[in-house]
Design a protein. Structure first.
Length: 279
């Protein structure tokens, strides 16, 4: 059965792959971009099946206006994909206040407001699906990624809790946690902090070198990942999380195992702070 999807950031990366695959199979896509000219080719090929709107996720009133417009013009939207975002890398002390604000406004607040804007429509129509793009960086951390992780860990907590709030409305929520994929995320859209000499010997500097020198080739196939994301919309119940990429699995498994082991070691300490029986 044909479905209608709302996807932020459809001009590149996972958003572009998903949009191309969905249109090819006959679905409709309502997509948002910051530059409408970047979608001229797909619009020419698919016409009315591709609904487009200009949107900057740092503009909260515009998010609600565009989401309302998409539901109003297209009627039922089956799946909302909060995809748009970018990476900011460098030591926390090196980043400018403006960089920090823009990163959180885009990756965290923009994602939250996109989902919030869709909820009343999904409830009214009797259900739907929310797919939130996170990252292996939503469960694991790396030096130079402090602000990127802040956004991804934040959106994971939001979606986890939201899923419990809206399950009774037949709205399913899924977090997607890809590893490194061959998109423009790392070598085109990623932003770097200014440099402080004090961090030249810090592990944080490796991110600058990797991105500036393009020394690492991502292992993940973005088209395969997009296919799995699309297929997840037909799974019932909605999967809470989807890990994509061997790097994502390995890194998250190691760090989650270490965190669980550290928690287990503190069990006696944690229980010792309770009031005693009858107190």
């Amino acid at each position: 059965m044909k479905q209608t999807w709302f996807i932020t950031g459809v001009n590149s990366g996972f958003g572009r792959h998903m949009t191309e695959q969905l249109l090819a199979r006959g679905d409709r896509v309502a997509g948002t971009v910051r530059d409408l000219d970047s979608m001229t080719d797909l619009k020419a090929r698919h016409g009315a099946a591709l609904w487009l709107a200009k949107l900057d996720l740092t503009d909260t009133p515009a998010i609600r206006r565009v989401v309302d417009q998409a539901f109003g013009e297209l009627g039922r939207i089956d799946v909302v994909v909060s995809n748009a975002g970018y990476g900011l890398f460098g030591a926390a002390e090196e980043m400018t206040d403006e960089q920090i604000t823009h990163q959180i406004d885009t990756n965290l607040i923009g994602s939250i407001q996109t989902v919030r804007a869709a909820l009343s429509h999904l409830r009214t129509q009797g259900g739907g699906r929310i797919i939130q793009l996170s990252s292996m960086g939503g469960q694991a951390t790396f030096p130079a990624g402090s602000l990127y992780h802040a956004g991804k860990w934040g959106i994971e907590g939001f979606i986890d809790a939201l899923g419990q709030e809206v399950a009774g409305f037949d709205i399913g929520c899924t977090l997607v946690e890809p590893g490194a994929a061959r998109t423009n995320f790392r070598y085109q859209s990623a932003q770097l902090s200014p440099k402080l000499d004090a961090y030249d010997a810090s592990p944080a500097r490796m991110a600058h070198r990797m991105i500036e020198e393009r020394t690492s080739i991502p292992i993940g196939d973005a088209a395969k990942m997009a296919e799995i994301m699309i297929a997840s919309a037909d799974q019932h119940p909605a999967p809470k999380r989807i890990a994509l990429g061997s790097d994502a699995y390995n890194v998250m498994h190691k760090q989650l195992s270490n965190r669980l082991a550290a928690l287990e070691a503190q069990k006696e300490l944690a229980f010792s702070t309770d009031f005693g029986p009858g107190m």
